[in-house]
Design a protein around this ligand. Structure first.
Ligand SMILES: *Cc1c(COP(=O)(O)O)cnc(C)c1O
Length: 364
């Protein structure tokens, strides 16, 4: 099967194998060695000298953790949003009592750093800026280098949802001054769902010491203390997923971060080429199209639901539809993690046959 949704993503055999391993004591020396080795490699992947914590939970849990560990009820936050996941970041902050300003951009367009600058200049009371690096719902990668430069100009805390980007799209955490960066195991990491990995900067730790939002399971201070002192996690971790992530990190080390990023750039290019060669329009503007997920605008006449059904049943190719207001208007091809250019050709061949059957009478 070609599972080409933006997570969960396919798992290579080397990683599938370790998922059948027997349990180990999460309070014993084997686990300590495992988590310490993993944390060291994760820091390379995050390009940080700061802390990286591995949390048991999905990506959204990591987003919640980023918020509750750095903010207090009543804090003003600017949430920069150009899609469904930006809105989710804002919803979580609001749920925990932050005073949220949503700086919204068109879905399919990138965040404009200059508009972020104006918003921060207007409101000096903002404590933190929340931003999505790679907006999975629209296939847009935001210019985080420029956005973070603006946020740092104003010396605000910067929380980044990089769930579908990290490990596939360049994000030098320290160089860009990102205070908390969140990712999730089922996206670019070639691991089943179940882990969220987060980096925590020095500035984020200072905020952590003062943050008063309610938290227990997600408490970063508890996680850091027991990691540093004992090589453990505060609560029982998803041990099998730790095995899988450890195996993935080994593969990443063999391939090398720069090569991984370059591969995703090539695959992203290939995906866009394939889409255009079929006469289909991309949903995002070309200069911000993501290298991990390609969103395709459904042209007049194309029944997206029918298309996805035909692809799945007759070609064993699974693509994603649009979320929320984009349902029926776009479909999405995930190309992150265990993926190569040839996979996009397979998707293209299936699309070429299925598109006319789903009502698209293309130009080509
Ligand atoms: C997948 C995703 C999430 C949600 O992660 P879950 O693991 O489903 O909780 C959040 N943000 C982005 C950008 C994502 O791609």
């Amino acid at each position: 099967m070609q599972l080409r949704i933006p997570g969960p993503t396919p798992i290579p055999p080397e990683i599938l194998n370790v998922l059948s391993r027997q349990m180990i004591n999460h309070r014993g020396p084997q686990f300590a060695e495992l988590i310490q080795g993993m944390t060291a490699i994760l820091k390379q992947m995050f390009q940080t000298k700061g802390d990286v914590l591995i949390l048991t939970g999905s990506g959204t849990g990591g987003m919640e953790a980023a918020i509750v560990n750095t903010l207090s009820p009543g804090d003003k936050v600017l949430v920069v949003s150009n899609g469904a996941f930006g809105e989710r970041f804002a919803d979580i902050a609001e749920g925990f009592g932050a005073q949220v300003e949503r700086l919204r951009f068109e879905w399919g367009s990138p965040v404009d750093p200059e508009t972020v600058r104006q918003a921060l200049a207007r409101d000096p009371g903002v404590k933190a800026v929340l931003v999505t690096h790679n907006e999975t719902s629209t296939g847009v990668t935001n210019d985080l280098a420029s956005i973070s430069a603006v946020v740092k100009e104003f010396e605000k805390l910067l929380l980044v949802d990089a769930i579908s980007g990290l490990g596939a799209i360049d994000l030098p955490t320290d160089a860009w001054g990102c205070d908390v960066v969140v990712t999730g195991s089922q996206k670019g990491w070639m691991v089943p769902p179940g882990l969220a990995m987060v980096s925590v900067s020095e500035k984020a730790w200072q905020a952590q010491a003062e943050a008063r939002m309610p938290k227990y399971y997600w408490d970063f201070a508890k996680a850091k203390k027991i990691l540093d002192e004992k090589g453990q996690t505060p609560w029982t971790p998803a041990i099998s997923m730790f095995f899988a992530l450890a195996a993935a990190l080994e593969l990443f080390q063999q391939e090398g971060l720069q090569n991984i990023l370059a591969r995703h750039a090539r695959v992203g290019n290939k995906a866009r080429e394939v889409v255009k060669s079929l006469g289909l329009p991309l949903f995002p503007e070309d200069n911000c199209a993501s290298n991990t997920v390609t969103a395709v605008r459904a042209p007049e006449g194309l029944d997206v639901k029918r298309l996805l059904g035909i692809l799945r049943k007759e070609h064993d190719v699974v693509l994603a539809g649009g979320q929320q207001r984009l349902e029926g208007k776009i479909f999405r091809i995930g190309h992150l993690g265990y993926v190569a250019e040839e996979d996009m050709e397979v998707v293209g061949q299936a699309l070429r046959i299925a598109l006319p059957q789903a009502g698209f009478v293309g130009a080509r």
